[in-house]
Design a protein around this ligand. Structure first.
Ligand code: AMP
Length: 194
């Protein structure tokens, strides 16, 4: 049982790797992006507020996402939690450390998917095209314009977490540009050694 964070910019492949871990190891994926999209479609007051922020590519407040994570942690995960798209700020990282320690849980590894920024826009455009082809809803923030804002948010607010977790000796960097199976193998190796 391991609790891990998948870290990396939008389009790095965090969601894909998380899905594989859920299927292969029975882990529980906690994607704040998915939770916020759910809140958005539920038509609640909170949903309406976050929808506008997400469509601009900005970050939702720390209080909201920390609250969402806290709720999900209550349910427990015998196979371990995968934090996907959370934490995204230092404040969220501190809150997560606090929540985990209160539950007596460890953070076993922070896996950074290291990618080449210039390839990311292409991946996002491809994700939108694939969704369209399958008749699935296309994320409003998967456009080159909003993507650029999301990438800036990543460098400004989230990239500092690389240093934060490195200092805690939790950081494991893997090549996110490798072929999908090779990335999964590298993720598996980190999990098996932690
Ligand atoms: P994602 O699906 O992870 O790409 O997230 C989509 C959008 O949801 C982001 O661009 C943010 O607007 C919002 N979001 C997701 N996770 C967080 C988070 N941990 N903190 C703040 N905003 C978030």
């Amino acid at each position: 049982m391991a609790n891990i964070i998948l870290l990396g910019p939008p389009g790095a492949g965090k969601g894909t790797q998380a899905e594989r871990l859920v299927a292969g190891r029975g882990m529980v994926q906690l994607s704040t992006g998915d939770m916020l999209r759910e809140a958005k479609s539920s038509g609640t007051e909170m949903g309406r507020k976050v929808a506008e922020v997400m469509e601009r590519g900005a970050l939702v407040t720390d209080e909201i996402v920390i609250g969402l994570i806290e709720e999900k942690l209550e349910k427990g995960a015998p196979g371990g939690f995968i934090f996907d798209g959370f934490p995204r700020t230092l404040k969220q990282a501190d809150a997560l450390a606090d929540l985990l320690s209160r539950k007596g849980l460890n953070l076993d590894a922070v896996i950074e998917l290291v990618v080449d920024d210039t390839a990311l826009v292409g991946r996002i455009v491809k994700r939108a095209d694939e969704a369209r082809a399958k008749g699935q809803p296309v994320r409003k923030d998967d456009t080159p314009e909003v993507f650029e804002i999301r990438l800036r948010e990543y460098y400004k607010n989230t990239a500092p977490l690389i240093g934060y977790y490195w200092a805690k000796k939790s950081l494991r960097q893997i090549d996110g540009m490798a072929e999908m199976g090779a990335v999964s193998a590298a993720v598996a190796k980190v999990l098996d050694n932690s």
